[in-house]
Design a protein around this ligand. Structure first.
Ligand code: CAA
Length: 299
């Protein structure tokens, strides 16, 4: 806790109806979640460290709104209203001090998340729900970093957030029923289906998704088939919308490596990352976001 600042205590009557959402982190997931917030009528604040990052993120959010209009998913007037509800700032206190719900979408680094929660825990009002978009880190462990673990929950979105239908709601040991109900309502207003998952390593989705992804990388490493044929196996043989290597490129090889390392530490060596994955991350071949992964990507 920061010296001189009071600790957070549950606010009057606890949780209030959520009107204002703050998203911490303007990367792929954060800006996608901010898009969903603006789209579904929430006053939405997007925070990141620099104005430069935020400027780029807002341009991409506007492009997503424009694309949705072009695809006839959205009326132009609704897109305009959606964009106008999103406000970007690099001032953390301004970002969180009036938030009803904070969704943290920072990189998958436990130390970084620890730092973020230490800061926001003293800046948010007592009624605020804190949610993490982590793909694998224990929600109960993260909840230990904050004053009110009952108001801490996992809200796991999927990439691309504006298209994928699921939000995995992860319940920490102390997450309250009121917190669960509140974030479920937000996810549903964002047009998503939800599942409730007990806090356990990799939850339901990452544990299964990473298992397939890592095995596909090992098969590629062993020369079993080309990247595109391994992908075709799952697309045509199992009706997956996208093969596991292309999906790894979309998610980010660094993200996949981070999850695999965490799952190795918690669930055992069956999640050990293949050598090739480590080498590609070292070479900055992170997939779509750096232009190269198992495939070459246009900027
Ligand atoms: N708003 C709402 N819906 C939209 C939309 C928009 N702006 N733009 C597109 N859509 C919908 C389309 O209507 C379409 O839905 P229907 O099939 O019901 O008509 C669907 O999204 C697909 O759109 P497209 O036709 O434009 O694109 P596509 O068919 O080429 O699919 C894809 C692209 C959605 C990415 C698809 O390849 C896919 O589902 N891939 C797998 C993605 C995946 O597995 N993501 C999870 C990654 S893991 C993760 O994120 C978790 C983690 O922690 C790392």
């Amino acid at each position: 806790m920061v010296a001189g600042l009071p600790g957070r205590v549950p606010g009057n009557g606890g949780i209030v109806a959520i009107q204002r959402i703050t998203v911490l982190g303007a990367g792929t997931m954060g800006r996608g979640i901010a898009y969903l917030g603006g789209l579904s009528g929430y006053e939405t604040c997007l925070y990141d460290l620099t104005d430069h990052i935020l400027h780029d993120a807002m341009s991409l959010i506007e492009a997503t709104f424009a694309k949705s209009v072009e695809k006839k998913k959205l009326e132009a007037s609704d897109a305009h209203k959606g964009v106008s509800r999103i406000f970007a700032t690099s001032d953390l206190e301004a970002a969180v001090r009036e938030a009803d719900l904070v969704i943290e979408a920072a990189p998958e680094d436990p130390e970084l998340k620890k730092e973020i929660y230490a800061q926001i825990d003293v800046l948010t009002p007592g009624h605020t729900i804190l949610a993490s978009n982590t793909s694998s880190i224990s929600i109960s462990e993260l909840a230990k970093l904050v004053e009110i673990p009952a108001q801490f929950v996992g809200m796991h979105f999927f990439n691309p957030p504006h298209v994928m239908k699921l939000v995995e709601i992860v319940l920490g040991d102390e997450t309250s029923a009121a917190t669960t109900a509140a974030v479920r309502e937000v996810a549903e207003r964002m047009g998503k289906e939800t599942i409730l998952v007990k806090d356990s390593p990799g939850f339901a989705t990452s544990r299964l998704g990473v298992a397939i992804g890592l095995e596909a990388i090992r098969m590629f490493e062993e020369g079993v088939a080309s990247a595109s044929d391994i992908d075709k196996a799952m697309v045509l043989g199992y009706n997956h919308p996208m093969g596991p290597l292309r999906l790894t490129d979309l998610v980010g090889l660094d993200v996949r490596l981070g999850i695999a390392e965490y799952l190795t530490a918690t669930l055992g060596p069956r999640f050990e990352p293949p050598k090739l994955l480590r080498e590609m991350v070292e070479r900055n071949q992170l997939g779509k976001k750096t232009g190269k992964g198992f495939y070459d990507w246009e900027p």
